[in-house]
Design a protein around this ligand. Sequence first.
Ligand code: KIV
Length: 277
Amino acid sequence: MRVTVTQIREMKQKGEKVVMLTAYDYSTAKIVDEAGIPLILVGDSLGMVMLGYESTIPVTMEEMLHHTKAVVRGTTQAMIVGDMPFMTYHLSVEQALKNAARFIQEAGAQAIKLEGGVTVAEKVRRIVECGIPVMGHIGLTPQSRLQLGGFKVQGKSPATAVRLLEDARALEEAGAFSIVLETVPAPLAKLITEKIDVPTIGIGAGIGCDGQVQVINDILGSFADFVPKHAKQYAKLTDIIKNAVTQYNDEVKAGSFPTDKQSFTMDESILAELKAK
Ligand code: KIV
């Protein structure tokens, strides 16, 4: 039985931290699920860490569905949240409903996430009314990075801090079951967390949130292009992978791989017959 939205909501009441991690493929999702992470986000960050785009802007619905299906196949316990890509929910409520439904019907996700607060609240309400759990995402919303002027801390001025609180309240009111707060000053994230009943899940938003989310490649040290300030590397996979690949390369070239251990035998008589032909 997978984690439910009710359980996630109850975690806030009980003071239990909500842990979320991204995953984009079957094998990684399986490990994350077995490690007991309750929420797996198939983030549109896959555009950068999996597909090599410069930002999340080019990511398409088809790419998101492809990866979400793989993550769903690799998991049995976690709730899988599909991230709606740029311009797949902005045009109309109908467009938002149609694409949210694709994550559930086609990919097998249990919830969707979309970016924005007051401006997307009506869409959130309609998606939730259709029975699809919605996770909000405010603060630094990477799909709006051109408008925001880059990857900057959000909510530092009185006006933007008030707007963030209004965004959080609008999402709560619309029925979101949790809200990601990205790159927000820690004291503001704590205040928003105290003022709303739905769990906040922080990334670069300090310890005062109800939970935390990270991009898996950042905590594993497997994406070397850019390491954000909010990420802690619990491993350095780039070094481990490079080392293993170099050894493989050296051994193949030296003729020391494969050995008998990695090879298969056959009946000597068949071989002798073949040689005689
Ligand atoms: O796409 C993503 O991975 C995200 C997280 C950073 C919250 O939106």
